[in-house]
Design a protein around this ligand. Structure first.
Ligand SMILES: [Zn+2]
Length: 445
């Protein structure tokens, strides 16, 4: 299923929204491309923070279909992502104006768009490491546009690239490109123009949401230009461990780790999260993983995921039966089982590994937190929006999916990540299903 993940900041963080996965379709453009005073406000783009710049001359990128500007990438070996985004900038300027700007690596040939940290940009006060995570600055001089971003990755699985963000911003804000769906299927919107002038300016931007991932990305290449990225420290390993049912040792010697059917037989498709042997098995695999002897599928870097296989929890063993709460409904009947397990696991992990965190996926019949639940500080939660974000135009549905977010923030004291199904109900109707205002309303602080 397609999904977007975001960090929910609806409750505590009132910073402005800067979420590129949020596609607001509009043709209105308010930026003055030829004005001496830079007006960086564009109706359908995130607002940026503007700094004063002394010189007032615009930078002429293309003049009547001609340009002698070069694109200079300062890293001799840039990331694959930055290369794609730089090539896209070149392609879009050419399609828009007819001028093809050459790309150079590791040197500056002015007039130029200079991309990435270098001596010249540092002299202008632009240093990637001084900027917030995934942040960038763009500054013009009469002979160059400098784009410098913070490309540091906070953890395993991170795809942070502030410099790439800045290049996309230039393409959108001044060249006027938009990406609505796969570019090669006509999803790229190009403004036809003979001249492009970037007003003298110095501005910065950085994302408010640090998990902006979309799956399956390979079917949606536009998400890279919409700044799909991950710079949140905890990354989920969903529905793991998935393959203990193939483990002959576990099947033979520890059958009690598997879920129990109503007739007492074992259901090997998922686990009994109450049995102490299940916790022991998790801990053995965690120890082996960090000792480097065996890779555990539910670990990413310092994050240990608790995310059962893709079916509801329905274990009929005595311990699970005691914790099962049918009165909590289909979003919460098994929550006490999972909170009990997650708490015990986090305590066992904390004793041995001070720097590791637990990431629990609240989903299916363990989406809601039990009333009054309090989890240890090393537990983080990712909440699944079980109704599909497009349906949030109905206040009652929005309230139903907002409640678990509020629950888990209260239960952990930590911000939560969010998993959303943007495919619903678009996958069940024959016409395009757009819901930009619903998205904007939900994600805006
Ligand atoms: Zn059980």
């Amino acid at each position: 299923m397609n999904y977007i993940q975001t960090i929910s900041q609806k409750i505590k963080n009132k910073t402005r929204l800067s979420l590129p996965a949020l596609v607001i379709i509009t043709t209105s453009m308010s930026v003055s491309l030829s004005g001496v005073e830079a007006d960086l406000v564009v109706a359908d783009l995130s607002p940026v923070k503007k700094m004063e710049v002394a010189q007032k001359n615009p930078f002429n990128l293309v003049d009547m279909g001609k340009s002698n500007v070069t694109i200079c990438v300062m890293k001799a070996e840039p990331s694959a992502k930055l290369k794609v985004i730089v090539n896209e900038l070149q392609r879009c300027i050419e399609q828009s104006t007819g001028a093809k700007l050459p790309i150079f690596y590791g040197k500056i040939t002015e007039p130029a768009i200079v991309i990435g940290d270098c001596e010249a940009s540092a002299k202008l006060g632009l240093v990637g490491k001084n900027q917030p995570l995934e942040g960038f600055e763009l500054k013009t001089t009469p002979t160059a546009i400098y784009i410098v971003g913070n490309d540091d990755s906070p953890g395993v699985g991170s795809t942070a690239d502030g410099t790439a963000w800045g290049v996309v911003d230039l393409n959108e804000r001044f060249v006027g490109t938009r990406w609505y769906w796969a570019p090669d299927d006509g999803g790229r919107s190009i403004r036809t123009q003979t001249s492009v002038s970037v007003p003298s300016c110095w501005y910065t931007d950085a994302p408010a949401f640090h998990n902006r991932t979309y799956w399956p990305e390979q079917f949606h290449p536009q998400v890279m230009f919409l700044r799909n990225s991950m710079s949140w420290p905890q990354q989920l390993r969903v529905h793991q461990p998935a393959e203990w049912y193939k483990n002959e040792d576990y099947l033979k010697n520890r059958p009690e780790i598997f879920q129990v059917n109503p007739d007492g037989s074992a259901d090997h498709s998922t686990y009994c999260y109450s049995n102490p042997r299940t916790l022991e098995t998790f801990m053995e695999e965690i120890d082996a993983h960090y000792a480097g002897t065996k890779k555990a599928s539910f670990i990413c870097g310092d994050t240990i995921s608790v995310s059962p296989t893709d079916i509801g929890i329905a274990c009929c063993c005595p311990a699970c039966t005691k914790l099962m709460d049918p009165s909590a409904g289909n979003l919460g009947s098994a929550s006490r089982i999972m909170v009990d397990f997650t708490t015990r696991l986090s305590q066992a992990v904390e004793k041995k590994y001070k720097d590791k965190t637990i990431l629990f996926l609240a989903y299916m019949n363990y989406t809601r937190a039990p009333k009054g639940a309090k989890l240890p500080k090393n537990v983080f939660v990712e909440v699944c929006g079980m109704n599909g974000i497009a349906t949030y135009k109905e206040p009652s549905i929005l309230a139903e999916d907002q409640a678990p977010i509020d629950d888990w923030i209260a239960a952990t004291g930590n911000k939560v990540q969010e998993w959303q199904y943007s495919c619903w109900p678009a996958d069940r109707v024959q016409a395009p299903y757009q819901f930009p205002h619903v998205l904007q309303g939900f994600l805006s602080p």
